[in-house]
Design a protein around this ligand. Structure first.
Ligand SMILES: C=CC1=C(C)c2cc3[nH]c(cc4nc(cc5[nH]c(cc1n2)c(C)c5CCC(=O)O)C(CCC(=O)O)=C4C)c(C)c3C=C
Ligand SMILES: [Fe+2]
Length: 407
């Protein structure tokens, strides 16, 4: 037994399959010779494909651990350095998503030694400033127009935007941090970290059956997300092959908002009031109009008092596609908790991530409306913001963004 005493069991997401036992380097460190091999659970052995029409990490079920990080190109770095960086990053991401060390192993930190790929995904995007920094203004997608100012914004510019954006997700915390650190090291000399945020979701296997995740307000969050099986899913979430700009075919636009939850205030409110604010039951996420979690909310239903059972300012009514001319987005967020403030209030909330083919037909109109009349907004503060173009997935032998950088 030379490299490790782990055996894979399953590979749910295909392509790379289970890929333990990469060559050399730190991966050769010893475990006792006489230990019997231990099978990885499906949590560790699950690998997600790096290549494909779309990048991984968009329709992939949200993992238990997430890192979001923005980089700015260093002064003097332009298109050529950016292309070389994306090539290095793609190579590292492909390897790590297959459970291998990032670059042959010699320089690897060893943080993910002993672990399988654990559903690792790495997703890359470009911010508006990337196109000016690299002299590629002509390629700037119109969909990257700056987001409007919203009245409830209290944005920290230093934790917003950025030239390059990376989303990392994994079901193991060490695997996730390993990827973050590896990509930061690969960036040396070309780009430096502008801001970084970490988040989490429930671990696979923590519930009696697969369930929609809860957020830190205790609500079931994600029930009425577009489903991959919906006829209009791809149209809503991905840029079509005939879309503009052509290098974004198969890509998507992501809006990220660090939304602090004012939990001290929220947690003081009675259950009935909390449910009125959202328009759904807290226990199981069912709409207040009746049925179960996945029953469509009936926005027309009225109670005996003649009032709508889902209130006029309930979050689900104000955000629903039906009340926003069909505007929709795929929400795939992580919760965050970064300690407690001086007064004891948790610095916690949602790293809200919304994916769509065009933010002007997704996030923007919905947030405009929420900004004017959402009961939930009394309990939220939008503290940081970013909008990034996430190109389509790479074909074999290609790196992410190659069609932009070498087109
Ligand atoms: C601009 C878009 C949205 C922001 C910002 C947003 C913040 C936010 N939402 C919750 C909790 C819930 N949201 C729910 C539904 C929901 N939210 C949005 C959009 C934004 N939310 C949409 C489009 C929808 C779906 C509406 C529908 O079609 O019914 C729900 C209900 C369950 C669900 O469908 O997911 C909850 C709960 C928080 C806590 C939050 C900011 C921190
Ligand atoms: Fe919401």
């Amino acid at each position: 037994m030379s490299r490790r005493r782990l055996l894979g069991t399953a590979s749910a997401a295909g392509a790379g399959g289970l890929v333990l036992g990469a060559a050399g380097g730190a991966w050769g460190h010893a475990t006792a010779q006489d230990e019997p091999p231990t099978a990885l659970t499906s949590l560790g052995s699950t690998g997600v494909a790096f290549h494909g029409t779309h990048q991984a990490g968009i329709v992939t079920p949200a993992q238990a651990h997430g890192h979001l990080v923005a980089f700015d190109l260093v002064s003097g770095a332009g298109r050529r350095q950016a292309a070389a960086l994306l090539r290095r990053w793609s190579d590292a991401a492909r390897r790590m998503m297959a459970g291998e060390p990032p670059s042959g192993g010699e320089r690897d930190t060893g943080i993910a030694l002993d672990a399988g790929p654990s559903s690792l995904t790495v997703t890359f995007g470009f911010g508006r400033t990337f196109f000016t920094r690299t002299g590629m203004k002509k390629e700037l997608p119109r969909q990257l127009a700056p987001l409007p100012d919203f009245s409830a914004d209290a944005l920290d510019k230093e934790r917003s935007d950025g030239d390059l954006w990376v989303q990392i997700g994994a079901d193991d915390a060490l695997v996730a941090f390993h990827a973050l650190r590896a990509l930061q090291r690969e960036a040396a000399g070309a780009a430096r970290v502008r801001w970084q945020m970490s988040g989490f979701n429930r671990s696979p296997g923590a519930t009696d059956r697969p369930r929609t995740v809860r957020n830190l307000m205790g609500q079931v969050d994600g029930s009425n997300n577009p489903k991959t099986t919906d006829d209009d899913f791809a149209e809503r979430v991905f840029v079509p092959s005939s879309g503009e700009p052509s290098w974004m075919a198969g890509g998507s636009f992501v809006v990220q908002r660090r939304i602090r939850m004012l939990l001290d205030s929220w947690d003081e409110h009675a259950l009935g009031e909390q449910e009125r604010v959202i328009g759904r039951r807290k226990s199981d996420g069912a709409p207040l109009s009746g049925g179960h979690e996945h029953t469509a909310p009936d926005l027309d239903k009225r109670g005996k008092d003649g009032l709508p059972v889902i209130a006029a300012d309930a979050h689900v009514r104000v955000a629903a596609p039906e009340t926003n001319g069909g505007a929709a987005m795929l929400r795939r967020s992580f919760s965050f908790h970064d300690g407690f403030g001086d007064g004891g209030a948790p610095d916690a909330g949602l790293l809200f991530l919304a994916w769509q083919a065009d933010p002007l037909r997704g996030f923007v109109p919905v947030q405009r409306k929420l900004d004017r009349g959402d009961a939930l907004s009394d309990f939220l503060r939008h503290e940081a913001s970013g909008l990034f173009a996430v190109p389509g997935g790479p074909a074999r032998g290609e790196y992410v963004g190659q069609r932009l950088l070498e087109g």
